[in-house]
Design a protein around this ligand. Structure first.
Ligand code: HEM
Length: 171
């Protein structure tokens, strides 16, 4: 089913986000991603990403993760990506289904995005331990796949890798 929020193909990409064109479209994990953290049991998951635009200087995104065996919906994020005009500075404005809201900022170098938490907040009854910081890397690999690596720090753990996954284009 076509995404109801995706852009009409006739809408031109805003020049402000031209350098992020390589992200646009739908991506699906090519093999289960690896979830780790010192305080949890390692796990596998699958994930679908969708990056679209409507002609604004903004990319809209949705990330939906699923249990690798049961396909049950798990972690979900959605938000917007903006670039500071005339620079390689990037901001991700993110809402997560766990009750976390976050701004990650960083830099675009070639076809790699290095991001880290700029601001973070959560609902008053968010599950503990609380996340304190997130670092994230998106990288377009030479074979055309996309890679995402996420590290986080919590109340109890210093910055440690939580997720690693690769995706192939599904549209
Ligand atoms: C930036 C995104 C994410 C953040 C900030 C995040 C945060 C966390 C935190 C704080 C924990 C608890 C760690 C502890 O108990 O010490 C956790 C556990 C876990 N996360 Fe993530 N997570 C993210 C993405 C994901 C994704 C994409 C999946 C894929 C399914 C996932 C699956 C899990 C699982 C299975 C656990 C262990 C069980 C649980 O506590 O629910 N997480 N995550």
């Amino acid at each position: 089913m076509a995404c109801p929020f995706s852009h009409n193909a006739s809408v031109e990409l805003n020049p402000a986000i031209l350098s992020l064109e390589w992200l646009l479209g739908a991506w699906e994990s090519d093999r289960p991603g690896e979830g780790t953290f010192p305080s949890i049991k390692p796990f596998h998951y699958t994930e679908k990403l969708h990056f679209s635009h409507v002609g604004q200087p903004v990319i809209n995104f949705m990330f939906n993760a699923f249990h690798a065996e049961s396909n049950k919906p798990m972690h979900r994020e959605c938000g917007f990506i903006r670039m500071q005009q005339g620079t390689n500075r990037v901001a991700f404005i993110i809402a997560q289904n766990s009750g976390l809201v976050e701004i990650e900022e960083g830099e675009l170098t070639g076809q790699q995005l290095n991001l880290q938490t700029h601001k973070l907040d959560r609902i008053s009854f968010a599950k503990e331990p609380h996340v304190k910081q997130i670092c994230r890397v998106f990288k377009l690999l030479p074979d055309g796949r996309l890679e995402q690596t996420v590290s986080m720090a919590t109340d109890n753990q210093p910055l440690t890798q939580h997720l690693h996954i690769t995706y192939h284009r599904s549209s």
